[in-house]
Design a protein around this ligand. Structure first.
Ligand code: CAA
Length: 389
């Protein structure tokens, strides 16, 4: 396997790094503290193509591959995880599903404004009573007698970018009698400016505070039948296919924050003196540095492998579920490990708001939770290995 980056990859990585370090890192603390949505940054990221990296140019994106996507994601997350979360949901969970399952008309109408960053997309699967067990959702979509529209009722929770999203990919039950239950779920494209769509209060969170999250409610929302994504009953498959792609992005995001924590620790271990020596001269600190570095490099290889599997799947149609789950599991646990070690290496300064270390620690945690918890990733990997469902 050849991991040499081509010129295009180097170009996007360097552009993302420059932008992230010069324009995101200096304001990350401000947005973390205020919990404000970083609208000016997202607008610029849209102009630079970061909101639709894999979207073909004809639909407003830059038409690059998954390696380009993970390289950019890593750099943005290294500066600020919250900003990279907004980028991730727009690219993977929103655009990817429509590109994969949408009609030509849907791609033109629903992807183009999001890929250019002019508008923001969200993905609504989770409900108050249905998280990891996504198939048990209750939101209902009922087809009208004349078959022209669905009436949607229900609520979705933990919707990333929910407070600002212009459009949403939504999953709802169209056939409550289906057996198994997940075959009664369909996917819909929602315009949030239409009557019947409401947003709940913004969720106060431990980390990624600038990535706005809220509940969204549907109260007799009328969805034209042409805005159903895929066939009736295909919604669960769409949700899972999209999460396979999304999990690779979250893995890259986790890698970014792991590296930020590692780099800060390296510098501190060289500069901080205790007992007459830089603390990096002590074996207990060296062990932490070695373990952080090893896990970061292993994560990178798993992410590139999953990205390559996704690119190969475009031709073969094969699933890359296990590769994506392994990359997300390992990289997110690496992020948490590195953030934890970074706090420990920095001691009191790691716990202080004067340095970004405590933010890395708070932000890293979400990568083990959203788009499938570490427990769900282990379940997916083991079921696929055991060939059990
Ligand atoms: N790709 C395509 N199809 C898939 C699939 C995949 N990766 N995984 C499962 N399927 C299909 C199966 O083939 C099966 O189809 P058939 O009935 O036609 O054979 C169907 O889906 C059901 O599969 P399972 O029996 O395996 O389903 P399950 O109910 O046991 O659940 C699960 C599987 C993997 C646990 C799934 O529920 C899951 O991934 N849960 C986690 C949900 C999650 O990640 N939520 C995150 C919310 S989004 C978020 O966090 C976004 C954000 O805001 C940042």
């Amino acid at each position: 396997m050849d991991f040499k980056l081509n010129d295009e990859h180097v170009m996007i990585r360097d552009a993302a790094r420059d932008f992230a370090q010069n324009e995101i890192a200096p304001v990350a603390e401000h947005y973390d503290q205020s919990g404000e949505f970083p609208a000016p940054i997202i607008r610029k990221m849209g102009e630079m193509g970061f909101m639709g990296i894999e979207v073909p140019e004809e639909y407003g994106g830059v038409g690059m591959d998954t390696i380009a996507y993970v390289l950019a994601m890593e750099e943005i997350a290294r500066a600020d995880v919250a900003t990279s979360t907004i980028m991730s949901v727009n690219n993977s969970l929103y655009c990817h599903g429509i590109l994969h399952f949408g009609t030509e008309q849907q791609k033109q109408t629903w992807v183009t404004p999001m890929a250019s960053g002019a508008e923001i997309g969200a993905y609504a699967l989770t409900e108050p009573m249905s998280g990891s067990d996504a198939g048990t959702m209750r939101t209902r979509a009922v087809l009208s007698d004349d078959g022209t529209y669905y009436t949607i009722n229900g609520r979705k929770s933990w919707i990333t970018s929910g407070p600002v999203a212009h459009r949403v990919v939504l999953f709802a039950i169209t056939d409550p009698d289906a057996s198994p239950k997940h075959r009664g779920i369909s996917a819909f494209l929602i315009d949030t400016s239409q009557p019947g769509f409401e947003r709940g209060k913004v969720e106060p969170k431990l980390g990624i505070r600038a990535s706005a999250t809220c509940e969204i409610m549907f109260d007799d929302y009328k969805c034209p039948v042409e805005n159903r994504l895929g066939k009736p009953g295909e919604g669960f498959k769409i949700a899972m296919t999209v999460l396979d792609a999304g999990r690779i992005g979250i893995a890259a995001q986790a890698l970014g924050v792991a590296e930020a924590a590692y780099e800060a620790s390296l510098q501190y271990a060289r500069e901080r003196v205790a007992f007459g020596k830089p603390i990096g001269a002590f074996q207990m600190i060296q062990q932490k540095i070695a373990d952080m570095k090893s896990r970061i490099e292993a994560s990178r290889l798993l992410i590139y492998k999953a990205a390559m599997a996704k690119m190969a799947a475009r031709e073969s149609g094969a699933r890359y579920t296990t590769d994506a789950a392994i990359a997300k599991l390992f990289a997110s646990e690496t992020a948490m490990f590195c953030a934890h070690q970074a706090v420990q290496i920095h001691g009191g300064m790691g716990y202080s708001k004067e340095l970004p270390i405590e933010r890395y620690f708070r932000d890293a945690k979400i990568t083990e939770i959203y788009e499938g918890t570490s427990e769900i990733q282990r379940m997916v990997i083991a079921r696929n290995e055991l060939k059990l469902r």
